[in-house]
Ligand binder design. Sequence first.
Ligand SMILES: [Zn+2]
Length: 122
Amino acid sequence: MASQAAIIPSLAKGSKQLRACLLCSLIQHPLDFRKHGCPNCEELMQMKNSGDRVTACTTTYYDGVIAVIDPEKSWVAKWQRTSKYVRGIYAIRVRGRIPEDVEHELENRGIRYRPRDQMDQD
Ligand SMILES: [Zn+2]
């Protein structure tokens, strides 16, 4: 995976107004989450046009930032039909849990939620 990720120092520190999706770790400006939802998991998170959902489904508490250039394999693939992350900026670690309704929806799909607050060992 190392060849597919590049550390972006300018984003690694500061930029705390940006928020990371609790489910896939994608980092965006909160207004983008609100306008467009999360491009990876909007189907589950339903953040579009809801500031409350953005607050519940994303967090400013994340560590490390990587650019995912060619995201083929990830656990997101387990629920996405496309089996791909969108290209973008992702947090390495995210603190917090997804809302219960999203967790239930994942369970309904036979997917066990894996909190993102630990180093990703994939
Ligand atoms: Zn997401």
